[in-house]
Design a protein around this ligand. Structure first.
Ligand code: HEM
Length: 404
């Protein structure tokens, strides 16, 4: 069940499935996924160059919160451009400033991509693909997405081609362009742009969902917020910047991240899986060819046979009695599948995790987060979160960030 069913975006936006997320399980998919994983591991947070870009961006975000002087803000509005800048930094090897054409393309692509992947929109376009040629909502949306796809290509791939140099490969785009020569029998500019487009929508939307969920949890559970901050103060203090390695000495913060991914189950379902041209047998059940299946991650994370009190937020599930982390083969880790499993599992698990960790520690060491004055917060219960397909996140809320 590792294929994807035929779909509108794969066919008409990704140049006929020249990407990873929407492609079926074929040779071209396997080669692209391998390159993508290798590129992320080389140029993500393990790269000093990218870490410096990220640190600069965290500084900017903290300044923006400071500038509000404790005034209430919707944290997603403030953080969304920052998530796009991090993705842009990973693509381009530069800290992007407001107004940079690469950043503008990423923000626009993220926005219209989010509209296009809504099931009611993608479903209609899948049934009536000719709507893309008509005037009105669907035609306008499609032509915007294609305009942004081309402008991303112009601003990023074309610029990167001018600066790529095999002795100075410092970002995702340079890496793919420099591999293009070695993989010249199949890797084209369209594959490269397809992979960039994949990463915009998979990473910005998910980071938005997990970070709004994180801040929302702090407002509801100030004791958890304070306990996380105490661990951050103890391990990092105020005199140096946080690093990814600090996570190893912060079991409580880590446990809160794991528990948040389980409790809120930001991506409640996997992407659609299919078996395009063959029957499949799973645990005695025959699945006829052409069946579409989606994994119910939300169900698995709230299954009362697997979890005690699954509707309670309890980071201690990931800790031993003495506060040290449970081993990776513990049931709590085995049953946590926020990033999917098998051949189609997420390529960005580590990057997503590192991003959550760093935003969390930078924000908590600098501010105390409080709800807006005189308003009632929506409930902190995943059954009440808003569907914003394909992710779920807390209903719109505001927070105040008070400098410590
Ligand atoms: C907390 C954040 C994230 C969560 C919860 C998440 C979760 C998932 C899930 C559930 C899938 C689908 C698995 C399936 O269909 O069986 C997936 C696929 C994918 N994710 Fe993520 N993801 C996150 C962040 C990211 C980031 C940051 C990136 C990029 C750097 C990324 C890139 C991808 C890609 C390319 C796929 C498609 C893989 C394939 O089709 O083989 N994700 N993710």
């Amino acid at each position: 069940m590792s294929d994807r069913p035929p779909n509108f975006i794969g066919e008409h936006v990704m140049y006929g499935y020249k990407d990873v997320l929407l492609n079926s399980y074929n040779e071209s998919f396997r080669k692209m996924k391998k390159l993508m994983i290798s590129c992320i591991s080389k140029h993500g947070f393990s790269s000093k160059h990218f870490q410096d870009i990220a640190d600069e961006e965290f500084r900017c975000v903290l300044n923006q919160f400071h500038a509000l002087n404790g005034q209430a803000v919707d944290p997603v509005d403030l953080l969304l451009p920052s998530f796009c800048k991090l993705v842009g930094g990973f693509f381009s090897g530069k800290h992007l400033k407001d107004g940079d054409p690469i950043l503008e393309s990423i923000i626009a692509m993220d926005h219209d991509g989010d509209v296009m992947i809504q099931p009611q929109v993608h479903g209609i376009l899948g049934k009536f693909p000719w709507l893309r040629h008509c005037c009105g909502f669907y035609g306008n949306l499609y032509s915007n997405v294609i305009k942004q796809r081309e402008s991303l290509f112009q601003s990023l791939v074309t610029e990167m081609k001018e600066t790529v140099n095999k002795d100075n490969v410092q970002c995702f785009s340079h890496q793919l362009l420099s591999w293009k020569e070695a993989e010249s029998d199949w890797l084209t500019d369209e594959h490269i742009n397809g992979m960039l487009l994949d990463l915009i929508n998979t990473s910005v939307l998910t980071t938005k969902s997990v970070m709004s969920g994180m801040i929302f949890m702090w407002l509801h559970l100030p004791d958890v917020q304070q306990k996380m901050r105490e661990e951050i103060d103890l391990v990092i203090g105020r005199d140096r910047l946080p690093t990814i390695e600090d996570g190893k000495s912060m079991p409580y913060v880590q446990a809160c991240i794991y528990e948040l991914l389980r409790y809120q189950s930001h991506l409640p379902m996997t992407a659609a899986h299919a078996n395009i041209d063959h029957e499949v047998e799973i645990e005695g059940f025959t699945i006829p060819k052409g069946t579409v299946i989606m994994g119910n991650l939300y169900g698995a994370h709230h299954d009362e046979e697997l979890w005690d009190d699954p509707w309670e937020f309890r980071p201690e599930r990931f800790l031993k009695d003495d506060g040290t982390p449970v081993p990776r083969d513990h049931a709590s880790h085995r049953n946590s599948i926020a990033f999917g499993v098998g051949e189609r599992k997420c390529v960005g698990k580590e990057m997503a995790y590192n991003r959550m960790f760093l935003y969390t520690v930078h924000l908590l060491r600098t501010f105390e987060f409080l709800p807006e004055v005189d308003t009632v917060l929506p409930p902190h219960h995943p059954r009440h979160f808003a569907p914003s397909a394909p992710v779920i996140l807390p209903h719109g809320f505001k927070c105040r960030a008070l400098p410590r």
